[in-house]
Design a protein around this ligand. Structure first.
Ligand code: FAD
Length: 435
């Protein structure tokens, strides 16, 4: 292993780690990045929507050579029961702009490209290297890492923990707790390959245009969860995720839910005749603001999913990961430029920068949402989607029954499923959590 000492060691080469390592190297710091996978991206799973703004802050001209699939011009939200969906559908030609705002990507390819940029900026990147332990001095200050390589100890002024949601290093060192099963989702995803023309005609797309569908309802069997369908160039990423605590409670399996989602009449036709080439499972932090652990200490900072920085309400994670990685790196650069030590006191600037950014502002706004959705999952993910579907069916069917009768029947079915007090309570709690 390398004998030298580094200004910073970054553990992990996902979105957060690459953003941190790139920024540190661009600022001229001596950086070592360690990744346990065969290459950056080999272990990473995402839907995946990339948010351009956050990448642009790191690599302004990324559109020139990044492996992007499609730019998104259409967003559909579905509320499903077993046979139907009620949808909200937004499509705009204005998203066919010169610099589109959102793209679909395939993480294995994207992360490889991102890692190349990190290396070009001057960081030393070592893959197939698992960090097994944080090295601490007698006062608990992190002073480096131990890896699974021979003589694999390396020292640094500061360690950036970008090890993802299930990272064991921070928990083993007592810097944070293991994620609580009610605050983390397990998502499964498949890649369905189709000829490009077939895919484009099924989703009404041309050129590099893309569409995404996000779905809630009976597909999650009353658990807090969501399904997604994202269009890539020649494939569809399709998946579903629910809270781990809900899987434990109900005995449902992620694979069982995925099969149900795929066989739903609204989904089946979209993937018909496709060839499934990949299957992956991964955790997603869903606890929001209240689940964020201590973010910095003597000689260390934690970024991205490892810090639970994920906005489950808006399905954003990679952008929070990139932003937190960048801000942690900027903090380290500032401290280094002043020739100050990487103490807890000095690294507190990272938290301050995060608080001033959209990351903490958004997470703070939705701080009560994860608990609400978990506690009232049966109502929000099962009862209401079923009631809405029933109401829509009545609304559009013309069968000689008067409109007044239909309205009364709809109201009766709502009240049979939930009391007036219950419905008002749910609406009020939801509005308050959204505020
Ligand atoms: C199914 C699914 C769909 C998603 N869809 C979206 C989406 O559409 N848009 C979006 O913005 N977000 C999405 N997310 C969330 C997004 O993927 C994450 O927020 C993001 O990847 C977090 O980046 P990260 O760098 O913190 O962690 P990761 O990308 O998980 O990277 C962590 C890295 O650390 C490495 N590592 C871990 N431990 C060690 C160790 N001890 N030594 C060395 N290396 C180590 C891992 O191998 C990995 O490469 C999705 C997530 C899932 C699971």
């Amino acid at each position: 292993m390398i004998e030298e000492r580094f200004d910073a060691i970054v553990v992990g080469a996902g979105m957060a780690g690459n953003a941190a390592a790139l920024t540190l190297a661009q600022r001229g710091l001596k950086v070592l990045q360690l990744e346990r996978g065969e290459y950056s991206g080999s272990k990473n799973v995402q839907g995946a929507i990339l948010y351009a703004d956050m990448l642009e802050k790191l690599i302004p001209d990324f559109r020139e050579d990044a492996p992007l699939e499609r730019h998104l011009i259409e967003q559909r939200f579905w509320m499903m029961d077993d046979n139907s969906h009620t949808g909200l559908h937004y499509r705009s030609d204005e998203f066919n702009e010169e610099k589109p705002n959102r793209y679909t990507i395939i993480r294995a390819q994207f992360d490889k490209w991102f890692s190349k940029k990190v290396q070009e900026a001057g960081a030393v990147v070592l893959c197939e290297t698992t960090v097994t332990e944080l090295l601490q001095d007698a006062h608990g200050k992190v002073i480096g890492v131990r890896t699974d390589r021979k003589n694999g100890q390396v020292g640094a002024d500061v360690v950036v923990l970008a090890e993802g949601v299930n990272g064991l290093l921070g928990t083993r060192a007592g810097l944070r707790n293991r994620p609580d099963p009610s605050k983390v989702a397990l998502a499964v995803k498949e890649m369905h390959f189709l000829p490009q023309e077939t895919l484009e005609s099924r989703f009404n797309l041309k050129g590099d245009e893309g569409a995404v569908i996000e779905a809630v309802g009976t597909i999650s069997e009353g658990m807090t969860g969501m399904g997604f369908i994202y269009t890539n160039k020649e494939s569809i990423s399709l998946g579903i995720g629910c809270l781990v605590a809900d899987f434990e409670r109900t005995g449902q399996t992620p694979y069982g839910l995925l099969e149900k989602f795929k066989s739903h009449p609204s989904v089946k036709g979209l993937i018909e005749g496709s060839e499934v080439k990949e299957y992956a499972a991964h955790l997603i932090p869903e606890g929001g603001y209240k689940a964020i652990p201590q973010l910095f200490g003597d000689g260390w900072v934690v970024v991205g999913d490892a810090a639970q920085l994920n906005n489950a309400v808006h399905r954003e994670g990679s952008n929070l990961a990139m932003t937190s990685g960048r801000l942690a790196a900027e903090t380290i650069f500032q401290i280094k430029s002043r020739r100050d030590p990487m103490t807890k006191e000095n690294l507190a600037l990272y938290r301050k920068m995060l608080e001033d950014s959209f990351v903490m502002k958004d997470l703070k706004k939705y701080r009560n949402m994860p608990e609400l959705l978990h506690i009232r999952a049966q109502n929000f993910f099962l009862t209401y989607p079923q009631l809405v579907s029933k109401a829509m069916k009545e609304f559009v069917r013309v069968d000689g029954v008067t409109k007044s009768e239909k309205e009364k029947a709809t109201l009766r079915s709502f009240l049979a499923a939930r009391s007036i007090k219950g419905i008002i309570g749910d609406a009020f709690s939801f509005a308050r959590a959204w505020r």
